[in-house]
Design a protein around this ligand. Structure first.
Ligand SMILES: [Zn+2]
Length: 503
């Protein structure tokens, strides 16, 4: 388990003996009298394949969910309050109390205090540059969170979190800085303005966790909630995946290689699942219950869903607007409505993405235009295939049972290191990608109405090389691309010309 978040302190779940350190937080729950009513299921549009709404943001220590009572009304509590006080939204949320730390007790226990503008971090770890700079890292995250969620940083000049980076858990238990009332967690946890995390073996991953929990803290305190599990963890992972270079932090970084992100492993999880023929469908990711986040895998899938939509020109704007719905009970239904008729193509692009995800994956260059093509003219057609893009729509529609000949020509560059690699549509036979020669021309005929559950036709491609005939079983549009990693299109140059005739 990576984290993660309790939304603003849940009502009605106070442990019998609440440690002093969190009692203030618990009593911060404002209007108890209101909204102690069961959460109602929100109506969904009948015409879409909309899954059950996941339970909203809750402590994602899922193993515990079954044991503890549901907490109806928690999110309604906030939502109702905001409806009552539409003008004081941010005022209310930022008045949730901070955890009070007994400084003398901390010092006596050998716990150091590191402070910056946005984070006070308590740790039992000895001084070291990568530990001591964490509050500075956090400071740099704050304006980036503000920008991503359209929050005016100037209105939250005193926004500040308290964190506990724990090497020896017992020290923090003994001092009550790790309250007994928290759900158990393996890596990190966040509640309101307070986050906890255990020491990690990699500097990258320690920062990643603090940024992940910080993202939850930011959303809980300034937006009021984190949304359902797929979104809460997807956004947490999206923004936590970062670059820290020369003292500058960049959130929402797509790792260029494994060495940038030691211990992160999200791409490896997806690649392994694909190799084992058990990749998740996008809907399965969106359907994740809170219980799923006991394991690391769901964090990888939620990251993948978030990064695909966040970087895809067709979905980006809609995805980036979702944060506005975190306090609404029908968050996921709203998401489906926003995607609307694009759900099929989004699901198909998801399949393509997870089938070939790479460090440095160029999502924008591998977007697919699914517009159905037109029948091939009597005289045939000539199309060009860029070496800098993924699957390209030729605009030519093949009829079922007919035979077409493709003849490819051109000389193009498929790599520029250590020297320029020249290539023809037959590919280079001393370098391979996905078991086929690098740069070889590939074709796929995508049916006009893809069947459900068969997977994208673009995952069942045919090697064309310099030429071959195709006789599709189903009518559909011809797509072409050259065989290369989605991370290595940037160093390609040139194009292939393909003549298409009917035999
Ligand atoms: Zn989380």
């Amino acid at each position: 388990m990576i984290g993660c978040s309790g939304s603003p302190e849940p009502v009605g779940r106070r442990p019998a003996k609440k440690p002093a350190a969190t009692r203030r937080s618990a009593t911060a729950e404002v209007p108890k009298a209101k909204s102690r009513r069961p959460r109602t299921q929100t109506a969904r549009p009948a015409d879409t394949d909309v899954p059950e709404e996941n339970e909203p943001a809750r402590a994602d220590r899922p193993g515990d969910e079954s044991k503890r009572p549901r907490r109806p009304g928690k999110r309604l509590l906030l939502a109702d309050l905001l409806r009552q006080q539409p003008d004081s939204e941010s005022k209310f949320l930022t008045t949730l109390p901070q955890m009070q730390v007994d400084e003398a007790k901390a010092a006596a226990a050998g716990i150091r205090k590191l402070t910056a503008e946005r984070l006070t971090l308590y740790t039992d770890l000895p001084p070291s540059p990568t530990i001591d700079e964490l509050p500075e890292v956090f400071d740099q995250a704050f304006p980036q969170w503000c920008e991503y969620f359209h929050v005016d940083a100037a209105e939250h000049a005193d926004w500040h979190m308290t964190g506990f980076l724990m090497n020896e858990k017992a020290v923090f238990v003994r001092t009550d800085f790790l309250p007994h009332g928290l759900p158990p967690f393996r890596h990190g946890y966040c509640r309101n303005y307070t986050l906890w995390l255990y020491e990690q073996p990699s500097d990258y991953y320690r920062r990643h966790l603090i940024l992940h929990e910080g993202t939850h803290g930011f959303m809980n305190t300034l937006l009021g909630a984190c949304g359902p599990p797929w979104y809460m963890e997807g956004i947490g992972e999206l923004l936590a995946t970062h670059r820290w270079k020369d003292g500058r932090l960049t959130l929402n970084h797509f790792p260029a290689n494994r060495e940038e992100v030691p211990q992160w492993g999200r791409i490896r999880i997806i690649k392994d699942a694909f190799s084992a023929r058990r990749p998740l469908r996008l809907k399965q990711v969106i359907d994740y219950p809170p219980a799923a986040h006991l394991e690391t895998e769901p964090y990888a899938w939620c990251w993948a869903a978030a990064v695909l939509m966040d970087r895809h020109p067709r979905y980006r704007e809609r995805f980036r607007g979702l944060y506005k719905n975190v306090l609404k009970g029908d968050f996921t239904a709203r998401f489906y409505r926003a995607i609307g008729d694009d759900w099929r193509t989004l699901s198909e692009e998801w399949q393509l993405f997870v089938s070939g995800v790479e460090y440095g994956h160029d999502i924008a260059a591998t977007t697919v235009d699914f517009t159905p093509g037109h029948p091939l003219p009597e005289s045939g057609a000539t199309v060009t295939v860029s070496t800098k893009k993924g699957w390209q729509n030729t605009g030519v529609r093949f009829a079922a049972g007919a035979t077409y000949r493709l003849t490819a020509s051109g000389r193009y560059q498929v790599a520029d290191k250590p020297q320029i690699w020249w290539c023809e549509p037959g590919g280079v036979s001393i370098r391979y990608y996905q078991a086929r020669p690098l740069g070889i021309l590939l074709a796929a005929v995508r049916p006009d109405r893809p069947k459900e559950n068969t997977g994208s036709a673009l995952l069942r491609s045919t090697a064309v090389g310099l030429g071959r005939t195709l006789t599709p079983k189903e009518s559909g549009t011809l797509f072409l691309k050259i065989n290369d990693s989605a991370a290595e299109l940037g160093d390609n140059a040139g194009e292939s010309t393909v003549e298409i005739t009917r035999e």
